[in-house]
Design a protein around this ligand. Structure first.
Ligand SMILES: C[S@@+](CC[C@H](N)C(=O)[O-])C[C@H]1O[C@@H](n2cnc3c(N)ncnc32)[C@H](O)[C@@H]1O
Length: 295
């Protein structure tokens, strides 16, 4: 039976029956301090937990967070704490999945490695990494010459023209693809017979690609646009059509999709559209209200 609950996913996952879920599809917090709910670490001199005078003064620091900078041991621990946080729920994720089931995790580029290690250490097979190629992304790199101009240093402003500080335009997001191992002694084909899980639906991917781009590439690069209707309910809202592609890739109708960090419920909406059962958890009451409205 489909359900969506308000509360802490790490507790609520314990209410999910063992080996009852056919797919976990989740856009988890990335631990890069994108928003309050994305602060996983205890470092009080960093990003949104910041107490430094510069952070107190500048609203810009607060709204976008401070990048990991490695100035102190506490900074360096941020990614280890992220691994520990993922380890808190990874074992339960493995438990609730049926053998041969997939698990797709949207994880930030900077912390994905820690999430991969946590899920591998819990017993998952790390199967592949899919790239979601977006049509647009916020680009915040700063021109070095501008900084020198502000300092009145014309010589260096000229010398560093064309150089920037920051990252390249982030036009892809990694989607980590894990699988729960199938039982020892059998084959993957046996698993498909026993649990209806373990393969992927190439035909459905071809169909989606033909609709989206007119091409049938069937690769691990998914080009999916974000529509107007995919914006405005959550700061990291995903495209419904992207979630539908992933759900159709590894599940059949009536099977159950779980999203333990479901934001405004995009995974659940996609699952419902495709006649799948869904289970979702979200701790923020405002986002939870939006999920109920959308469903
Ligand atoms: C990256 S967002 C998901 C956004 C989603 N893809 C969408 O389209 O709306 C992650 C969500 O996890 C929620 N969250 C973080 N920690 C949680 C926890 N321990 N239990 C339940 N929800 C949590 C946050 O409030 C946030 O809405």
């Amino acid at each position: 039976m489909s359900r969506v609950e308000l509360g802490d996913s790490i507790e609520l996952i314990k209410t999910v029956e063992t080996e009852s879920v056919h797919l976990i599809l989740s856009d988890i917090p990335y631990g890069i301090n994108f928003d309050e709910w994305d602060v996983i670490h205890q470092n009080t001199n960093s990003a949104l937990l910041g107490k430094s005078p510069a952070q107190e003064k500048s609203s810009l620091f607060k709204s976008r967070g401070k990048p990991l900078n490695g100035w102190s041991e506490a900074d360096k621990n941020i990614s280890k704490e992220y691994y520990e946080w993922c380890s808190k729920w990874a074992g339960d994720w493995l438990r609730v999945l049926k053998p041969g089931a997939s698990c797709f995790v949207f994880a930030g580029r900077r912390m994905a490695h820690r999430c991969i290690c946590a899920l591998e250490d819990a017993g998952f097979i790390f199967k592949d990494m899919i790239s979601w190629e977006k049509d647009a992304a916020a680009y915040r790199a700063q021109r070095v010459s501008c900084v020198f101009e502000r300092r009145g240093d014309e010589e260096n402003a000229e010398k560093w023209t064309g150089w920037k500080i920051g990252n390249l335009r982030p036009l892809f997001e990694p989607i980590l693809w894990f699988m729960k191992p199938y039982p020892i002694g059998g084959t993957l084909t046996d698993n498909i017979l026993n649990f209806e899980l373990g393969g992927f639906n190439e035909a459905s991917l071809k169909e989606s690609e033909t609709l989206n781009t007119g091409l049938e590439v069937c690769s691990n690069v998914l080009k999916v646009k974000t529509e107007k209707s995919d914006r405005g309910l959550h700061p990291t809202q995903k495209a419904v059509s992207l979630m539908e592609i992933l759900i159709k890739l590894v599940t059949k109708e009536k099977q159950t999709v779980l999203d333990p960090f479901c934001g405004c419920g995009t995974t659940l909406v996609a699952a419902k559209n495709l006649n799948r059962e869904y289970i979702g958890f979200e701790m923020n009451p405002e986002y939870y209200k939006n999920i109920l409205k959308r469903l």
